[in-house]
Design a protein around this ligand. Structure first.
Ligand code: URA
Length: 491
């Protein structure tokens, strides 16, 4: 009851972290204490007091501390937004978040709408934090240190604009395995010793700025790939905000290269580069080449849903430009996310075997996924697959449609129920009712089979063999449907 008692007495509440705020907010809501009667002591305890209005303790409404009422259950999406927004460095963050939950508790669900003043601010805060997380993933540079007992092997310095270090640290834990590293910032630092994460407090920049033997090599490489003829200084500046440049080793080299480009290197760079070209040969037949799908950079820039934020990259489809059969999976998995190609992990290996059994050559089919970004949840050091939500499948339908228009397959094999929903575009299609029953949709056949990951997961050997046989049958059926058209499985 501490928060409620303090608020009733007009005392400020000192909150430094989201968990503390959540506890305090829960108590305040239980006694229905209005936002204007609460003072929040700003981050760090040494700052100013923030509340919606100055609080006069004598004028506070009487609070009956025996009259606690149950607080409403807050939906997960709201909690997630509050937790994200709590990382946003604005002076009144705790007072603002409390006003949002208080309004929600009083039936004002509109507080989550971007049309509401508080809602719009909440969305903007969440967006700013996600952007900062993304930028920190992208622009942090680890420098390798000489081996020393107990010292981390890689060290990075960064000055985040919001309190995103904990979640960014988790990102690198999942990426860098057992290699030790440290990220230092002016407010806090974290050390990963290969097994556990430690909070080590704020550090000075100089403690993290160490020479790196690999850096000279990197700069030489960077200078060598810099093509002054293709410089677009405006674009360069707009893609990487200037505050990040000083963390990048190449940041110091760029201004000189940009000014050399302006002073003539642009022209001579172009003449030399063009003069050196010997023309190109294409060693593979045109119909074996990758399909002319939308430029990868466009898919890579996709922000149609939120999944891009936690994926390494978008994974587009792969296969002959005009394959007659298209296989659609659910979404890239852990290995596909890193490799940037579909079905290269365990599910892909099983798929290869099943394709072989059905007499189909992987190189003759086009492989893609309903959703192009890996959706996952951390479990220890692993990234566990999470089924995409319908809105994510719908958002990504844009890319699947583009692939269908370009490849023009005659038969689509939907691997699992997410793929089936994505292909048929209807929410309520049961995979089990569709197995072995091809349907005509959008002028082509759609055959449903189990997803290879499902087959891998079936624990019982007999059931596993049966699920696998369903896949093989479906793939044979796909070829018979083509043959009915008088053709072959691939062209
Ligand atoms: N599972 C899928 O659905 N697609 C992949 O690319 C890999 C695993």
């Amino acid at each position: 009851m501490n928060a409620a008692v303090a608020a009733a007495a007009g005392q400020p509440l000192l909150v430094q972290a989201f968990a503390e705020w959540r506890e305090a907010a829960r108590e305040l809501l239980a006694f229905d204490i209005a936002p204007h009667s609460v003072k929040w002591l700003a981050h760090g305890g040494g700052g100013d007091l923030f509340s919606d209005a100055p609080v006069d303790a004598a004028a506070l409404p009487a609070i009956d501390l025996r009259q606690a009422r149950p607080t409403l259950h807050l939906p997960r999406t709201l909690m997630d937004m509050l937790q994200s927004a709590a990382c946003c460095r604005v002076a009144d963050r705790w007072a603002f978040l409390y006003r949002v939950v208080w309004r929600w508790q009083h039936g004002e669900q509109v507080v989550l709408s971007a049309a509401d003043e508080d809602g719009a601010r909440l969305h903007a805060m969440v967006k700013a934090v996600r952007r900062e997380e993304h930028d920190m993933h992208a622009y942090i540079r680890f420098r390798e240190r000489p081996e020393a007992d107990g010292a981390p092997r890689f060290v990075a310095w960064f000055e985040p604009a919001h309190d995103v270090l904990p979640q960014v640290a988790q990102h690198f834990v999942s990426r860098m395995g057992r290699i030790s590293w440290m990220i230092a910032t002016p407010d806090a630092s974290v050390l990963w010793d290969g097994e556990a994460l430690h909070n080590t407090g704020p550090l000075m920049r100089s403690a993290a700025a160490l020479d790196d033997t690999g850096e000279a090599l990197w700069l030489t490489y960077y200078r060598s790939i810099f093509n002054p003829a293709r410089l677009n200084a405006k674009l360069l500046a707009s893609h990487i905000p200037s505050r990040f440049w000083r963390h990048l080793p190449e940041g110091a080299a760029v201004p000189a290269m940009v000014s050399q480009a302006g002073a003539g290197a642009r022209r001579s760079g172009q003449a030399e580069a063009v003069g050196q070209r010997r023309g190109s040969t294409i060693p593979i037949a045109a119909d074996q080449a990758q399909p002319p799908r939308a430029a990868a950079s466009t898919l890579q820039q996709c922000r149609r849903c939120e999944l891009w934020q936690h994926a390494t990259q978008a994974v587009g489809g792969a296969g002959p430009a005009h394959a007659r059969i298209m296989l659609v999976g659910e979404q890239p998995g852990d290995q596909e996310d890193v490799a940037g190609a579909p079905f290269v992990g365990p599910a892909g290996q099983l798929l290869d075997r099943v394709l072989g059994e059905a007499g189909l050559d992987r190189r003759k089919v086009y492989l893609t996924n309903a959703v192009k970004h890996f959706k996952w949840t951390p479990r220890g050091k692993r990234r566990l697959h999470k089924t995409p939500a319908q809105r994510e499948i719908d958002a990504c339908g844009y890319w699947l449609d583009q692939e269908l228009v370009q490849v023009k397959p005659e038969v689509i094999v939907a691997l699992g129920s997410t793929a089936l929903k994505a292909v048929l575009g209807s929410g309520e299609v049961a995979l089990k009712d569709s197995l072995g029953k091809p349907v005509r949709h959008g002028g082509r056949w759609v055959v449903a089979v189990y997803h290879p990951s499902y087959v891998l997961r079936v624990p019982d050997e007999a059931a596993k063999a049966q699920a696998r046989a369903v896949m093989v049958d479906g793939l044979r059926l796909a070829q018979r449907l083509l043959a009915g058209d008088g053709g072959h499985a691939g062209r």
